[in-house]
Unconditional design. Sequence first.
Length: 108
Amino acid sequence: MASSSAKAVSANMRASRGMGDVRPSKMPKAKTITRKDNPNDVTVYAKGGKTKKWIAGAIKHPGALRSALHVPKGQKIPASKLAKAAKAPGKMGQRARLAQTLKKMHKG
C-alpha cells in the first residue's frame, strides 16, 4: 500500500525550479580536440564568466514600475508600496523584485 501512495505522490510532483530541461539546440557546443600527450579525444567546453552590464539588459522599460504604482516622477517609491508590488504576479511583480534587489546593491 505504501508503494502505491509513493507512486501517486511522485506522479504529482513538479520538476525543480532549477535549470530544468534544456533544449538540445540551447545546449553549449563542445569542441573535440586530440591532445599530443594523450591520443584519446577530449571534449572541451568554453569557460563561463560574468555577464557584463546585466542590469542594463534587465531594465527594458525605465519608469514602468513607477507609473504602474502611480508615483510621480522625481519622488522615491515608498518601501511599503514596493514590498506590496513585489508580491504581485506578472511583470509588475518582477519589476518590483528587481527594484528591491537593486536597492540592496546601492552604496552610499
